[in-house]
Design a protein around this ligand. Sequence first.
Ligand SMILES: *Cc1c(COP(=O)(O)O)cnc(C)c1O
Length: 508
Amino acid sequence: MYFISTRSGECVTGAEAIVKGLASDGGLFVPEKFPEITRDELNKMAEMNYPERAAFVLNKYLDDLGEDFLKEACEKAYSTFEGDDPAPLVRVNEGLYILELYHGPTCAFKDMALTVLPYLLKRSLEVTGSKDDVLILAATSGDTGKAALEGFKNVKGTKVAVFFPDEGVAKMQRLQMCTQSGNNVYVAAVKGNFDDCQRAVKNLFADEAFNAGLKEKGVCLSSANSINFGRLAPQIAYYFSAYIDLVTSEQIEVGDEIDFAVPTGNFGDILAGWYAKQMGLPVRRLICASNRNRVLADFFTTGSYNVKRNFFRTMSPSMDILISSNLERLLFEMSGRKADVIKTRMENLAKNGEYSITQTELQKIKQDFYGGYATEDDTVEAMYDIFEEYGYAMDTHTGVAVAVSNVYKEKEVDEKDDTPLIVLSTANPYKFPQDVLYALSGNDVKDSFKGVKRLNLLTAMKPPKALTELRYKPLRFKTTLPNDLKKMSASVLDFVDGNIVPEPASEK
Ligand SMILES: *Cc1c(COP(=O)(O)O)cnc(C)c1O
């Protein structure tokens, strides 16, 4: 399968798309066409375990990497997860299911892809014959950074540099990143919010002096953000897997339609669901849930994408984003694959902070998507209600999706409609212990680890060791950089040269 850029005729293999991350013209790589998964294949997938299902889906796109390789990679990647199912589907009540995607090493759904990506990248380098070392550069709203660091730490031939917004991440997320072990990792905070941070990193990708500096050192640049197709592809798999789990537990029959609700930031997770639908998965609607930073919800209503607005910090920080990069891939499809139209719109967004799509495109999008947003109060109420009635504790991001789904059910579907709804749960509640404790009990505590303790008393849910041990780990990275291309570029080049020596990691 070949991949094409959303902004020009650039065309590459799967391996090249993964190594490059972003197209030379600044566009994103999308598959030349959507491969199909037939009803027969769906039935066949019922016999497979999760890693086999994931490899089966990956092989539809990345056939140049080899099926046996993909199987082995998924096997190894998902063996790092807690429990025997990396993506368990929990039944909350008649018609409502939660797909828990947070059982990986860093307790957020980013692990579903970032445990696999290092294997995909190494293999892609072999296939393309590249001899360079790879520098993974990532901007993070909190969870991607940690998952990328953990996925790539000590992987030969790679280095990972992560920038996170100084003002943007939760305490646990910051601790997770700044205590990261490994001999090939670098972490720094950058002044400003996530959009500033993401923009700065995108500028680094495009900066000629920076790229030339790396090239001199025999290093090529790649991305662990969801702009990389290698990040997106493993996310398609869990939509199939969840559907098949509903079939095998006899909740639905193959061919029945279902809805998915997705807490959305950069639009990567939900886009993977739309790709699954294009491949033949019987999905009725994808519910795109935003928090108070409701650019997407407004876009789905008006067809105008406008980032000229206030940026809010919320208790779902991984969704505090105004510029959702992966929307570009959807718009490319909805425009009838007109790269010139997409290029113009993205230029408008960069220059004027907005663009609009046509009414025809908007109507098409509305057939597949429902966009809504939840306030902080809505989110707290949704989390509380489910905990009170069913004893199920969820994190704040998942809470946003449940709150928006409630409105969707009220407004868009008939009372008698019994189409099952799967809500994607993107983080372990213990990653945001103070906010979750507050939502479930009204209790405010000042300290995250005290929050963990109280939450444990309240829910009897086991806190993950990966989070509780953070309390005792030394901080290795303490730098905050200004949002300045030259300074960020210099710090990364310094790191590549081995001139930045972080504090030692703890032995544990
Ligand atoms: C990244 C993240 C999201 C948003 O996912 P996108 O793919 O960026 O839309 C939601 N919740 C959590 C916990 C996340 O880490």
